[in-house]
Design a protein. Structure first.
Length: 434
């Protein structure tokens, strides 16, 4: 009797291992419930779905070359994302100015030069303003390629450098308070990027607009013309539209600063800020490379896949409805009605290099769903003679595929692990020069 039980248990374990290898290298997980909506973590229960074809124009014609993609299809897809998911992109503001209050100072024991700039978005210095902190390698004379990181932390909390001016951050009570101390986090790993000869910049997303439902009144949206950007419209901008807009304004500054090669700026962010960098890179073709880490639902993971977080979870009014255009709500009950999906968002980065970083235990973000989106974005990259992942087999954790599309699933959960930095440097070296 005992032997039989053991045998059954053994069979179950084998089946479990085989099915998880075949499907995705990710083991199943018991279901959960978030905002009253069940969360599926069983690959076999994902169900069937059909992805819209990125390479068919609205009038039904096929997109056969890069020219048609760039001139016609790219714009159509951007409009679909604006109308249905992220909302319209804020218009340019007229009175933007820069205050470079720290220029090329010595930092990190002489290994780097530090620059700090405040971007003022209006004539009123008390209105929303954005602090940019960046480092360039100490001994470079030429403009350097740079990694621009959008962070959850004020600059003075993000790095271990006493020369950084203390910023402000939005606390849990939705108050803007001085960013004293470092908080519980480890400082950002700036050194591997500088050692590779690149610059590194960081900004705090809350400077652009704070991350809560009423945050719009304190950020960029408080400055835009309400007649043209009415928050009542179904395609009114959500937070992602605004944070992405802010990233482009940092690039505007880099175009004016001779220490940075603005044609070789990569953008990177984790989680909700991973979603932000994809949309920023999709909208603004000046960004040379896009690196979303664990961006998950409404980022790089397919929304049509019922695995981990879904639109019903993310866009719930009890959670993050304000991140999106009001119309995104229409797709919570059935994501198949959404005219776009993550593979089309990733296609918008083509022909520029795109590196997806995920984690094998970050099931909420659906790492396999990100892989599948990258696979479905490949034909768009191919139009430009660029290489996608060139496989339909999900690589195991720790094994990077680095082409023009890159995919790396680290062994670990949501967020970054130290090995991610090595993969990022390698990917930058492949595409941005050494
Ligand atoms: C929540 C949210 C995710 C998001 C994450 C984050 O978990 O559901 O979609 O990516 O927060 O930004 O940390």
């Amino acid at each position: 009797m005992r032997n039989r039980t053991f045998f059954h248990l053994f069979l179950l374990v084998v089946l479990f291992l085989v099915s998880s290898t075949v499907f995705s290298q990710i083991t199943d997980f018991p279901p959960d419930t978030v905002v009253g909506v069940p969360v599926n973590y069983t690959e076999a229960h994902v169900g069937k779905y059909t992805l819209p074809d990125p390479l068919v124009l609205a009038d039904g014609q096929d997109v056969e070359n890069a020219d048609t993609w760039m001139k016609k299809r790219r714009g159509e897809i951007i409009t679909l994302f604006e109308q249905n998911q992220f909302g319209t992109t804020p218009a340019m503001l007229k009175n933007i100015r820069y205050d470079v209050f720290d220029h090329q100072s010595t930092a990190f024991d002489g290994k780097a030069k530090r620059t700090q700039v405040t971007i003022y978005f209006s004539k009123d210095a008390n209105e929303p303003k954005l602090d940019v902190l960046f480092y360039t390698p100490a001994h470079t004379m030429k403009p350097v390629p740079l990694l621009l990181y959008i962070s959850f932390r004020a600059n003075s909390m993000a790095v271990d450098d006493p020369g950084v001016r203390q910023g402000y951050y939005w606390n849990r009570e939705h108050k803007r308070v001085p960013a004293t101390g470092k908080g519980p986090w480890k400082p950002l790993e700036v050194q591997p990027i500088l050692d590779a000869g690149y610059g590194f910049a960081t900004i705090y997303y809350g400077d652009i607009e704070p991350d809560f439902a009423e945050g719009a009144q304190y950020g960029i949206r408080s400055l835009v013309d309400k007649n043209t950007d009415s928050p009542e419209q179904p395609d009114a901008s959500g937070s992602f539209a605004v944070w992405s807009w802010g990233l482009s304004r940092v690039l505007d500054y880099f175009e004016k600063d001779k220490s940075v090669d603005a044609k070789r700026v990569a953008i990177m962010g984790v989680s909700r800020l991973g979603k932000t960098v994809i949309w920023a890179g999709a909208l603004d073709e000046r960004f040379a490379m896009v690196i979303p880490v664990c961006s998950g639902e409404s980022g790089a993971a397919l929304s049509r896949r019922n695995y981990g977080e879904t639109i019903a979870h993310i866009a719930s009014p009890k959670r993050y409805a304000y991140w999106f255009a009001p119309r995104y709500q229409d797709y919570a009950a059935d994501p198949n009605l959404l005219p776009v999906d993550a593979h089309m968002l990733l296609s918008l980065i083509a022909p520029r290099p795109l590196l997806l970083i995920t984690g094998n235990t970050d099931k909420w973000s659906d790492p396999y769903g990100e892989f599948l989106a990258a696979v479905a974005a490949e034909p768009t990259f191919n139009l430009f003679g660029k290489k996608g992942l060139q496989t339909k087999n999900h690589p195991p954790a720790g094994e990077a595929i680095l082409h023009d599309i890159g995919y790396y699933m680290h062994d670990g959960g949501h967020g970054m692990v130290p090995e991610d930095w090595q993969v990022i440097v390698e990917f930058m070296q492949m595409h941005l020069g050494k």
